[in-house]
Design a protein around this ligand. Sequence first.
Ligand SMILES: [Zn+2]
Length: 376
Amino acid sequence: MSFISIIIIILSFTLSGCQNRGFNRAPEKKSTTSKTVSKSTPMLKPAEKRPSVLKKTKAITKAPTKVVAQEKIVKKKSKPTLTKKVKTYCSKIDKKFLHWGWGLSQCKKTNWNHVRDSVWGDPLIWAIYGSEKEHKVTHKDTTMIFCGVHGDEITPIKFCFDIIRYLEEMDPAEFDNKLIVVAPVVSPDSFFKKRPTRTNARAVDINRNFPTKDWNKKAIKMWKTRYRSDKRRYPGKSSLSEPETLFQVNLIRRYGPDKIISIHAPLTLLDYDGPEDDVSIKKTGQGILASKLLSQMSQSASGYKIKNYPYFPGSLGNWAGKERNIPVYTLELPDSDNRKHKKYWELFQPAIEAAINKDLRHPKKIKKNKLVQRSF
Ligand SMILES: [Zn+2]
């Protein structure tokens, strides 16, 4: 072999080595993987192994999803079974909602309870979130919300349906330790009038018709003097004469709420009636907790004005708050302007959340549920 041919052989060997290294670089990882895989698990090709890993991952992630889904199915409320009467009523609500530019109410998607009717025969409906059955055994922190006590305050009614939509969308597990009762249209006869009114079908102001201790002595007298027989504030011939008042009283008796929120308009304030932060209440701390919630609700709504509005003979604040020591929060929206419903929901949603999440149970209620409930 000549010297030149030796050089050629050396050169070609060197070049082929470089080329091999160069070509191998890109698929190097693959080949390494395949080598590793084939070495460690010779029975599995890489392509088979990867999906199997994915399958495992899927299996792991799927399993809990299934469990959660099952739990949800168990806890999820059953599909609403509405009576013909309530269905018809829901259509009536929808029609009114469309009229006010609010879209459909989703009334038909809610599981309503109905026992009595308004003067003109509309069902007085309420919805419950949480287990009433469990509540009967161990008293759960109960929030009761009323809207449409005065039918001409229309936006508060939409506000209650916004609360219902919000509660419907919540994970049912959130209601494990609480009960929320919502009556969105307390006085339907006034709301459905062509021109909605404050008073009900018999021209009675429902919020002056509660059977307070001072009713017989003061209600009519005060109406005549202080309100100069203002038709909008007529308390009725006798207390508890109206089905819409009885409806609220019975709901309070049935569920024994730990707090009541009543939505009105247009006084632009948050009013509180109930246990005060005094010595006798300090024993339980309920008054302190209740007043903390009041501040919390105000703060969460950009410092909404808190004003101690006087209570009247026959008012809810007087009957439930003053006489029964149930914290009553009256939220007066700035107005009843139907176009501002979104704005008000955005502004006050955190206040409603704060209220339903604040446990205001009286210590006695937690221990001896039934005994305390009987005292209502
Ligand atoms: Zn009102």
